[in-house]
Design a protein around this ligand. Structure first.
Ligand code: GDP
Ligand code: MG
Length: 176
């Protein structure tokens, strides 16, 4: 069906080391990567069923900071949903998320993009530097208010994030 071919273009952004690649690879390949070259920027495709509808995700796993590569530029322009990821063990990465929101605003001026905020590494509870309530508050400031605490290591809440962004994209479409 045409619906089955519907592609959802998603971009994951956030500081180096927060676990963007680990989350994407857990979602797509069901395994935890101890190490993934932090300079590799690549896209991943995954078919799944979300709320009884087939969905085809095309996810750009970004690398590096806020500079633009040609691939990033193209994905930022065509992306339908954005996942803003920080590490719960690194407050700096939390404070930096606003920078990535500004980047989206710059590329997609005047558009209200679906956004989900993710606090990763929740398995490292004893190293936590950001409270759940702070993550939730930031999610409300930056986007629709959807906030998830994840662990790529334990595969905790990983599907919820990627299914969640598709749900947000669908909701925005229905509003139009
Ligand atoms: P990226 O630069 O944002 O793509 O981060 P990576 O996915 O390369 O992860 C950076 C480091 O954090 C790697 O050593 C990962 O193994 C580790 N890591 C990623 N996610 C988690 C997690 O949920 N829990 C723990 N304990 N470590 C993680
Ligand atoms: Mg990476």
């Amino acid at each position: 069906s045409p619906k089955g071919r519907r592609k959802y273009k998603v971009v994951i952004l956030g500081d180096g080391g927060v676990g963007k690649s680990a989350l994407v690879i857990q979602f797509v390949c069901h395994r935890f990567l101890e190490y993934h070259d932090p300079t590799i920027e690549d896209s991943y495709e995954q078919q799944c069923r979300i709320d009884d509808e087939p969905a085809h995700l095309d996810i750009l796993d970004t690398a590096g900071q806020t500079e633009f590569t040609a691939m990033r530029e193209q994905y930022m322009r065509n992306g339908e949903g954005f996942i803003l990821c920080f590490s719960l063990t690194d407050r700096r990465s939390f404070d930096e998320l606003i920078t990535y929101k500004h980047l989206i605003n710059r590329v997609r001026a005047g558009e209200e993009m679906p956004i989900i905020v993710v606090g990763n590494k929740c398995d490292l509870e004893q190293k936590r530097q950001v409270k759940y309530e702070e993550g939730l508050t930031l999610a409300r400031q930056l986007g629709g208010g959807k906030y998830f605490e994840t662990s790529a290591f334990l595969r905790k809440c990983v599907d919820e994030v990627f299914h969640g962004i598709v749900r947000e994209i669908k909701m925005k479409e229905k509003e139009r």
